[in-house]
Design a protein around this ligand. Structure first.
Ligand code: CIZ
Length: 333
């Protein structure tokens, strides 16, 4: 596959996922808010969820921020509008609550790229190394790791360790970005990637920038190195909101992450122009798993109590240790 190509890209127009008309959106939204009250549920939505799903949520954010917020909430049920590993993290950190994922097929190909067996094998090849695992991973993989990280705190987590030999898993692009900033440590990087971000090339970003040097480029660290090198800011989804505020003079931004987040930025800053970096001609970066949850799925989740996320207690305890260890490290941005 040549550079600039479309490996792993999903050529589906985002509009295809708004299956309900506006009147239907209003009706379903009202019904969902009533059901959430009646069923004592809090609705959490990830930054990559459909705009109408973000609208009906109590809290919108990144996976870890949402799980941590869930600890403070009074409701007994968490409806997690995101992907499977996120709902799992919510359950791991909040075992006393019932956690529902509205669509069981909402997985993550990056999380699926590492299994407990492949991690065990890798650890055997590198005895004595400390395993740092991105939260985009299963509970079993987290339980076999020393510490977790998010895209917001990966550099701080690696710097905080009193070891110089690290195994970083599963995202190779995030791992490379961390390794560049912490050159004093030896970081061995696993070969996984998020297809939504990995499809993007520097050439696509340059095209989106339209030769305007005033345009600010904000990229997610799951993007490839050539994209990261061009970026003015590299940050997590939540970090992107603050990154825009750091450039009050800028009029145009190219955003290298999933389109739903960019949609929200547009609504927050109608006076600015936000361009979603193109993965292929006319194809915005799109996560098909995130878009499996629509308003009908959320309503069904509340009505039928589906799909409940369970994590075996021994696995939960191990994964919780890795997550809690991470939470003790101060966040950068
Ligand atoms: O943890 C998250 O929410 C993910 C996957 C990305 C991010 O940057 O927030």
């Amino acid at each position: 596959m040549a550079d600039g190509g479309c490996a792993g890209a999903v050529r589906i127009a985002p509009e295809a996922f708004s299956r309900v008309d506006e009147k239907e959106v209003r009706r379903l939204s009202a019904e969902i808010r009533t059901l959430a009250r009646e069923r004592d549920a809090v609705i959490l939505a990830h930054n990559y969820q459909l705009p109408e799903v973000q609208e009906i949520a109590d809290i919108v954010g990144d996976s870890l921020g949402l799980s941590v917020e869930a600890r403070e909430c009074a409701q007994s049920t968490i409806v997690f509008c995101g992907v499977h590993f996120m709902a799992e993290s919510a359950k791991i950190l909040n075992p006393g609550k019932r956690v529902l994922l509205p669509h069981l097929a909402a997985g993550c190909s990056l999380a699926d790229s590492i299994t407990p067996e492949s991690l065990e094998e890798w650890k055997e090849r590198y005895p004595g190394y400390t395993v740092v695992t991105y939260v985009n991973s299963s509970a079993e993989v987290k339980a076999l790791s020393d510490i977790c990280c998010t895209s917001a705190n990966a550099v701080s987590v690696v710097r905080s360790l009193d070891t110089d030999r690290i195994l970083f898993t599963p995202d190779r692009n995030l791992g490379r970005w961390v390794a560049r900033q912490v050159p004093e440590k030896e970081i061995v990087i696993y070969d996984g990637a998020c297809p939504t971000h990995d499809v993007l090339r520097g050439a696509n970003v340059r095209e989106s920038q339209r030769d305007d040097p005033q345009t600010i480029i904000i990229a997610h660290p799951e993007c490839r190195e050539d994209v990261i090198e061009m970026a003015d800011e590299v940050c997590s989804t939540t970090g992107m909101f603050a990154a825009v505020e750091r450039h009050p003079e800028a009029k145009t931004f190219v955003i290298a992450t999933e389109w739903a987040l960019v949609d929200r930025l547009k609504r927050m800053h109608p006076d600015k122009e936000f361009i979603v970096a193109d993965g292929c001609i006319g194809c915005r970066l799109h996560c098909p798993y995130m878009k499996m949850i629509d308003l009908r799925a959320v309503r069904r989740s509340l009505l039928e109590g589906v799909f409940e996320i369970e994590v075996p207690e021994d696995v939960r305890r191990g994964a919780c240790r890795s997550l809690e260890r991470m939470l003790a490290v101060p966040r950068d941005r």
